[in-house]
Write a new protein. Structure first.
Length: 261
């Protein structure tokens, strides 16, 4: 088992041109990770994300690969591009692959054709990315995987039957992977935020009557304040570094006190 300093690591983040994924990438770079691969589906958004990250961490070698991690070939393309650019991989962060127009709604109102897309975005993209990345982490005899799940994986939330089920799948996948991969020195954890202000998803939720009512009630329970991506990223940085060397299989909530799940 090899526990590397962040200054010795290469990080790859899916769904990372904005919001939580981008902020984790930026804070990893600010913490000393010298090589960072960002991902999204849109080249223009990708170029903008690279420029914004370089402003915060000018010494970091930041690259971008356009690919869709909801398809296995897309996830593999992200991993292959990372290895081609940097020759190694140590930190993998999976986030939702790109903006989605889906809004939480009662399950019976979901369109049949939209169900696969939800499961692909919130669950299969994690599985595909981890499967493609693991051989390289095993070769490095260590590393960290951080999957973005949700408090909806722990607490039933009206309107999020499919999302919650997918996020719960991500959480159990994370825990099982942690047991399997510990022999290779690989730690696997999940972050499970609730409402996250300062994101495109938050703006969409608050622009819809049903979801605004639902999530405003939840916000009132956040006595420590509604979290932003900047509040979530430090935990990912810690778990990716030597401080988190003995932590694996955990799903950790950063939610401002909305729940104690």
């Amino acid at each position: 088992m090899k526990v590397r300093q962040l200054s010795e690591c290469t990080a790859m983040l899916t769904g990372s041109t904005s919001s939580i994924g981008f902020e984790i990438g930026a804070q990893l770079a600010e913490a000393g990770v010298p090589r960072v691969m960002l991902n999204g589906r849109d080249e223009k958004r990708g170029a903008d994300a690279v420029a914004r990250l370089k402003e915060r961490a000018p010494e970091t070698d930041v690259r971008f690969v356009a690919a869709d991690s909801t398809k296995y070939e897309g996830a593999k393309r992200i991993v292959d591009a990372t290895i081609e650019a940097f020759g190694e991989l140590d930190i993998v962060v999976t986030s939702i692959p790109g903006p989605s127009n889906h809004m939480p709604m009662p399950f019976h109102k979901n369109s049949p054709e939209g169900l696969d897309a939800l499961v692909d975005a919130h669950f299969m993209s994690v599985i595909y990315t981890c499967h493609a990345a693991l051989p390289h982490l095993i070769e490095r005899e260590g590393g960290a995987i951080i999957n973005l799940s949700s408090d909806a994986a722990k607490i039933a939330t009206p309107g999020e039957a499919v999302i919650g089920g997918s996020k719960a799948g991500t959480l159990m996948f994370t825990r099982t992977m942690a047991l399997e991969q510990s022999r290779h020195g690989i730690r696997v954890n999940a972050l499970t935020p609730s409402i996250v202000a300062g994101t495109d998803a938050y703006d969409r939720l608050m622009g819809n009557e049903f979801t605004k009512r639902l999530f405003k009630k939840a916000e009132e329970k956040a006595k420590l304040g509604v979290v932003t991506p900047a509040d979530i990223a430090p935990l990912a940085v810690f778990l990716a570094g030597p401080g988190g060397a003995k932590i694996t299989g955990q799903g950790i909530s950063v939610n401002g006190g909305i729940s104690a799940a």
